[in-house]
Design a protein around this ligand. Structure first.
Ligand code: SF4
Ligand code: SF4
Length: 455
């Protein structure tokens, strides 16, 4: 806005670059505090411990994901798939209700871009100064400002990469190793890849990622309906735009252009709903500040619905939204139940494939099995076995089986039955596998004892 930036009118954008102007207001405050919380969560989480180990640790070599007190194995990946489905439904529900608030407030691309723009503004100054700096000749001062900006970007990108790798390898060891040059080469590689991508995405590509690369932006608007809250300009109130004439012949929009200058994607909300709009509401803050100065009611640009703009009633509780909410509640319930009842031991009992049964020296019928136990608890566990459901059957197996954290132990076991007890060819039995000591886990496996059909 020329008037707000001093007498000379400054172009809103040059042809290939957006110079976003800083703005303050309630939505910007919400974004700043929300982003600070998200950034703090991202950067601090790897440094928190749960007992002896990292609170969140995706241990890829050991194929274990540690989150809080829980350890997840490749066998638990259906839970991750389930969680992603819930997240997708959550996103759909929020989008139907309030448009692209995910993009505007919480998407990592938005959060990091905001950080990078903030650093840029600290080194190069507000919008009009950045435009002049870029169009002016190279001077020592310009070089120093640019160098400072890029150094701060690189530092933030590097710290972002380091933190990201810290989710996959213990960060307390990684940081000193990284600084002293003793970290594994793969750690350096991934840190650098992530840092470079962060630097390019948030520093250089910015809104182009949202506009040209993000698939979500393309299909998100099809989820909108006429009751979805979207950032909109009220043309009935604002048009015809322009400076107020004595005869009051113009609308409330004074055509200051501030809503365009603060827009991270460089669009003009007055042109209507556009797929480039990420719903950040900065144009609302900008326009509200102008309306305040002019002593007119705020809300010329606001979160509103198509129905509201047309003077109709907005239906908040509509079938689609209620459907999403019900599906979400059901899925979260099912997920919680699955998580709570998730087995922390995985047991398999496989019959010896070479022979169905054999005869012992004392004449008993013998079945051979391979028993494998995977300990998914975060502590070593000693298991003991017991047989039930088959009177007279005898279990020949180690008294106890010790299984370290995350290990799978396979042992051979036999079940013997006196011939007179083999009343039919297939006899069901239950093998009970119980953890001793602090582990009270117990698993029952149903299987079948096979004997001759005629003895
Ligand atoms: S038009 Fe408004 S809400 Fe949309 S991206 Fe630009 S500033 Fe954000
Ligand atoms: S909509 Fe508001 S901020 Fe945008 S040009 Fe009009 S008065 Fe200025």
């Amino acid at each position: 806005m020329s008037s707000a930036e001093g007498g000379n009118r400054i172009p809103l954008t040059d042809t290939d670059r957006i110079y976003q102007r800083e703005v303050s207001g309630r939505f910007q405050r919400l974004r700043v505090w929300g982003n600070l919380a998200l950034l703090a969560g991202y950067f601090i989480t790897p440094w928190l411990n749960w007992g002896e180990r990292q609170l969140v640790w995706f241990d890829l070599p050991e194929r274990q994901f540690h989150i809080l007190h829980m350890t997840f194995w490749p066998q638990d990946f259906f839970l991750l798939a389930f969680l992603l489905i819930i997240a997708a439904f959550g996103l759909f529900m929020v989008t139907v209700f309030a448009g692209r608030v995910w993009c505007g407030y919480t998407c990592p691309q938005t959060v990091w871009t905001q950080m990078f723009v903030w650093l840029e503004t600290r080194f190069e100054g507000p919008r009009h100064k950045r435009i002049r700096l870029d169009s002016g000749p190279w001077t020592p001062a310009k070089f120093a400002r640019k160098a400072g900006k890029h150094a701060s970007w690189a530092l933030l990108a590097l710290f972002t990469g380091l933190t990201f790798v810290g989710y996959f390898t213990p960060v307390r060891a990684l940081l000193p190793e990284f600084v002293t040059g003793t970290a594994h080469w793969q750690a350096y590689l991934w840190i650098m890849i992530f840092a470079v991508l962060t630097y390019l995405n948030a520093g250089w590509m910015r809104e182009k990622v949202c506009i040209y690369m993000c698939p979500y932006a393309r299909f998100q608007s099809v989820m909108f309906d006429e009751d979805t809250k979207i950032v909109s300009y009220n043309p009935a109130r604002g048009e015809p735009r322009g400076k107020k004439q004595p005869d009051n012949a113009v609308g409330d929009c004074v055509d200051c252009g501030l809503c365009v200058q603060v827009c991270p994607t460089g669009i003009d909300i007055r042109d209507g709903l556009q797929y480039e709009c990420i719903g950040c509401a900065l144009c609302i803050d900008a326009c509200d500040s102008i309306m305040d100065k002019l002593d007119r009611p705020t809300g010329l640009v606001s979160y509103t619905t198509e129905n509201e703009l047309e003077g109709k009633t907005t239906h908040t509780l509509r079938p689609r939204l209620v459907g999403y909410a019900v599906a979400m509640v059901l899925m979260i319930g099912a997920f919680s139940a699955l998580l709570a009842t998730r087995s922390v031991v995985e047991v398999a009992l496989d019959r010896d494939r070479n022979v169905l049964f054999s005869e012992a020296l004392n004449g008993d019928v013998v079945n051979d099995f391979q028993l494998s136990i995977l300990n998914k608890q975060p502590i070593p566990v000693t298991y003991e076995l017991a047989l039930s459901g088959r009177p007279g059957a005898r279990l020949v197996a180690p008294e106890t089986i010790q299984v370290a954290v995350g290990e799978r132990v396979t042992v051979g076991i036999q079940i013997e039955l006196a011939p007179q007890k083999v009343v039919q060819a297939r006899l069901p039995f239950t093998l009970e596998v119980s953890g001793l000591g602090s582990s009270d886990v117990k698993t029952d496996i149903q299987s079948t004892f096979i004997g001759p059909s005629q003895w």
